[in-house]
Design a binder for this molecule. Structure first.
Ligand code: NHR
Ligand code: GAR
Length: 213
């Protein structure tokens, strides 16, 4: 079974969705550790209650991004992960760190990339007046929020939406697609071809059905 390490900075509801999927037998991975760059991240308690090893590495204790990333890499590798899962992790990672985990690090981003990379995505989607918003799981590359897309989910923007309501509706979809993406990885069904992700097996058949060429 593959090992995963989850990185969080806060609430950790995406992490919880992964734990729940594992507990239901829908996600065949060993969650080796949950690591936070913030000591007060609520998700740390949730992970500890689930019996998962937790670690804190505070970025504030380091003089530079490079120094933090070097220590973070060493800490993560103690758990020998096959996949590193960013789940609401709020620190931009240096190119050397990203290269070390190339093809084996996921992020979930609360927009339909390539729209709205970076922060405050729901507020920006509302300000632009887009009718469709959503979330994206992608492989992490050095360019922020630009890595190959693994899976996306679309969420309608309603006339009376505010940031909180829209964020909550997107979050529900995040909790559905993140376990799905990690499951595909665990099943060795993801293949990078020319910088794009192919999903082998039933999902690929489904893709052909809904977009005939
Ligand atoms: N690192 C790289 N190299 N590439 C990506 O695609 C990354 C990444 C690190 C994190 C998550 C990302 C998101 O999904 C992510 C993707 C933090 C920031 C940010 O500006 C932006 C995007 C993401 C995460 N962070 C500030 C910083 O200076 C700190 C903000 C804070 O602490 O609140 O690092 O949106
Ligand atoms: C999620 O919406 C996630 O997509 C987003 O933060 C939230 C974390 O929630 N991530 C980013 O904005 C990364 N910059 P969670 O801690 O409950 O999973």
């Amino acid at each position: 079974m593959k090992n995963i390490v989850i990185l969080i900075s806060g609430r950790g509801s995406n992490m919880e969705a992964l734990i729940a999927a594992r507990d239901k037998g829908e996600l065949p991975v060993n969650i080796a550790a949950v690591i936070s760059n913030k000591a007060d991240a609520k998700g740390l308690e949730t992970a500890a209650k689930a019996g998962i090893a937790t670690r804190v590495l505070e970025h504030k204790a380091f003089a530079s991004r490079e120094a933090f990333d070097t220590a973070l890499l060493a800490l993560i590798d103690e758990f020998a992960p096959d996949l590193v899962v960013l789940a609401g992790f709020m620190r931009i990672l240096t190119p050397d760190f990203v290269r070390h985990y190339e093809g084996r690090m996921f992020n979930i981003h609360p927009s339909l990339l390539p729209a709205f990379p970076g922060l405050h995505t729901h507020q920006r989607a509302l300000a632009e007046g887009v009718r469709i918003h959503g979330c994206t799981v992608h492989f992490v590359t050095a360019e922020l929020d630009h890595g190959p897309v693994v899976i996306q989910a679309a969420v309608p923007v309603l006339a009376d939406d505010d940031e909180d309501r829209l964020a909550a509706r997107v979050l529900q979809e995040e909790h559905r697609i993140y376990p799905q993406a990690v499951r595909w990885f665990a099943e060795d069904r993801l293949h990078l071809v020319d910088g794009r992700v192919q999903v082998s097996g039933a999902a690929a058949d489904f893709t052909r059905l809904i977009s005939p060429t």
